[in-house]
Design a protein. Structure first.
Length: 644
């Protein structure tokens, strides 16, 4: 999506400190190595325990008043689960649950007394003025009049929003905590090397400006957000400090929801869920984990279970049983593919559990691994990364793996590829997506970016291909988040490097709020997302999105993105990286970036290294992805300039 376009000039006020800049310069020969560990700063962690008494009040479908969705393009509304019929919102005055002084623990089924008979209430509502008018609707599509393929269906006006329906909610406000992952001094230097020089002030300003966009164009039922920015009190992998931060968010700030959390511990979100605070976070856990904590965990990325399903399908259908013809070693290339797995052994053994789940999924699909090797500490120091790489490559080479399945961060391949060359080992490198929940890095340093690919040993990476959960690349200024910001405000997003990631949590929140009805609770927010028809189908520059049950995933789906595309490394392609720097070596997206839903990947051989119909970068939004043409400001900001 829109990348960072700034030059290398003097640090600005509020930007990285002189010490940070000096650190980046002192590690000049690791300039690209440094750039890769910044990925995944916004991935979040989640949730917890719940008591049976409170479950009905909190989960989707567990109480709460329905409302009217106006969508002439969708005659049949997909249901997430059976629900009892609900009256239109105009007839309802009671709240779904009364806010409680104990931080949101509301007894199941508790509601304030209603008015008299239903007929008299309906008549009164019909004659009452529309206090909360619906936002502009595109009559041709039945969706909000905004230039987005992800615009939700229109909803009806209402006369009342029910007032204080949950802790952190009043008749006029919703309190939301915005978790600002700060990272270490080293991680700041890594991000700066990759082109991400967004300052904390710019990040905060971008959250505010996107909030303003949604409040003006989506139905918020008469409420506006009160954003409270939270700076973490400890390291990203410190569960004690993470839990303390969550207690502060729930008890002191009194938030209804949190956008974000620490990336390497689930303690923050677990504590929030225990206190019935919504966390919009990408958590590296299986679907059952989300479902057990419903409705308090809503992910802007696929769940780890969904990722594993797509990964196993790709390996089994498109790779297994065929020659390893893309290996750099001619002896390996002549053999039938034999797979070894490399995964990031993250704190709390999250990576290990994910690797074990992937191995089981592959076995069910008829694919056996020769070996499975974890690594850790690559982002700590070059010496540690090199030592881990020696261990990993030695194991893979000795196992006889022709094809290495990689599920990890964007930094470790720097060491792994160098070590493979040193040991004379040249297999196929099969990329299966970032470790953890994935898709939550800084947008520049995940290993499936051109920026990262150029940092790896090119004699090895010329044999790299696999899956990407991200969309095919667009030129800077063409992505959805950038376009909508420019359309609404007439200016570029303040956080030019990270704006696309910042956009994700507000989109999830406001879409659920818009579709969920006036009586805001965690259940109504999740139900609203479940009501959203699948969006983005057929696009190539963005994943398609759905929540709930739409015959895509088994059970209730709490992860947004649904599909994948195939890419491969073209070591000879020239063009800009995500930071705008010109160079040689780019990822190519097979078949123009065509994406595949679960169960839809072809059984044909991989299309990797087939130049026909592949694309490295879309200079303009392709026809399949173009949004509706709604009125926009007269003078939108020009797209960012690339660095030469």
């Amino acid at each position: 999506m829109g990348g960072a376009e700034r030059g290398q000039g003097t640090p600005r006020p509020g930007g990285p400190s002189k010490f940070t800049v000096a650190l980046a310069q002192s590690l000049a020969r690791y300039r690209y190595v440094i750039g890769l560990a910044a990925a995944i700063l916004l991935v979040l962690a989640l949730l917890p325990t719940r008591d049976p008494d409170g479950a009905a009040a909190g989960r989707p479908g567990g109480g709460g008043t329905g409302f009217t969705v106006i969508d002439p393009t969708s005659p049949k509304k997909p249901a997430s689960r059976p629900r009892r019929p609900a009256p239109p919102v105009e007839t309802s005055r009671g709240t779904a649950a009364e806010a409680a002084p104990d931080g949101g623990r509301v007894a199941a089924g508790s509601r304030p007394p209603g008015t008299t008979a239903t007929t008299r209430r309906a008549a009164a509502a019909a004659s009452a003025p529309a206090l909360l008018p619906s936002p502009a609707c595109d009559a041709a599509t039945g969706r909000l009049a905004v230039p987005s393929r992800f615009a939700p269906p229109c909803v009806a006006s209402v006369a009342s929003n029910g007032g204080a329906t949950w802790a952190g909610v009043t008749a006029t406000t919703v309190t939301v905590a915005v978790y600002l992952a700060r990272g270490s001094v080293a991680s700041q230097a890594l991000a700066a090397a990759a082109g991400n020089r967004d300052t904390p002030d710019e990040v905060s300003a971008t959250y505010r400006s996107f909030t303003d966009y949604f409040e003006r164009h989506y139905q918020t039922w008469g409420r506006r957000l009160r954003l409270v920015f939270v700076t973490p009190s400890g390291a990203d992998d410190d569960p004690v400090r993470a839990r303390a931060d969550a207690i502060r968010v729930a008890a002191e700030i009194g938030a209804f929801a949190s956008w974000g959390g620490p990336t390497r511990t689930s303690a923050y979100a677990a504590e929030l869920a225990a206190r019935r605070v919504v966390c919009i976070c990408a958590v590296p856990e299986p679907d059952a984990w989300y479902q057990a904590r419903a409705p308090y965990v809503l992910s802007p990325a696929p769940t780890i279970g969904q990722r594993i399903s797509l990964q196993a399908e790709y390996v089994a259908k498109r790779l297994a049983g065929r020659p390893a013809r893309f290996a750099g070693d001619v002896m390996l290339a002549a053999q039938t593919r034999a797979f070894g797995l490399v995964y990031e052994d993250t704190p709390g053994q999250v990576g290990l559990h994910g690797a074990e789940a992937l191995e089981k999924a592959l076995r069910r699909a008829g694919v056996e691994l020769l070996d499975s090797v974890g690594f850790s500490g690559a982002a700590t120091a070059p010496a540690t990364g090199s030592a881990e790489a020696r261990k990993v490559v030695s194991r893979l080479r000795q196992s006889g793996s022709t094809s290495v399945l990689y599920v990890g961060d964007g930094l470790f391949p720097v060491f792994m590829a160098q070590e493979a060359t040193r040991q004379g080992y040249s297999p196929e490198w099969v990329l299966l997506g970032p470790s953890g929940a994935g898709g939550a890095g800084d947008g520049l340093t995940d290993f499936d970016t051109t920026f990262s690919g150029r940092t790896y040993d090119q004699t090895q990476w010329a044999h790299a291909f696999g899956l990407s959960f991200s969309g095919a690349r667009l030129a800077p200024g063409q992505g959805e988040a950038w376009r909508l910001h420019a359309w609404h405000s007439g200016s570029a997003p303040p956080a030019r490097a990270s704006h696309a990631l910042i956009y994700r949590a507000p989109w999830v929140f406001f879409t659920g709020l818009h579709m969920g009805g006036p009586q805001l609770t965690p259940a109504s927010l999740a139900d609203g997302l479940f009501r959203l028809p699948p969006a983005g189908r057929g696009m190539v520059t963005s994943p398609s999105v759905s929540f709930g049950r739409h015959d895509i995933w088994a059970g209730d789906d709490y992860g947004a993105a649904d599909d994948v595309t195939e890419l491969w490394w073209d070591a000879a392609a020239a063009g800009p990286d995500e930071a705008g720097s010109a160079g040689v070596g780019m990822y190519r997206y097979a078949d123009g970036g065509r994406r595949y839903l679960p169960g839809r990947q072809p059984a044909a051989d991989t299309a990797a290294f087939t130049r026909a119909d592949s694309v490295t970068l879309y200079e303009e939004t392709p026809p399949s992805d173009r949004p509706p043409s709604d009125p926009r400001p007269d003078s939108p900001p020009p797209p960012p300039k690339l660095r030469s």
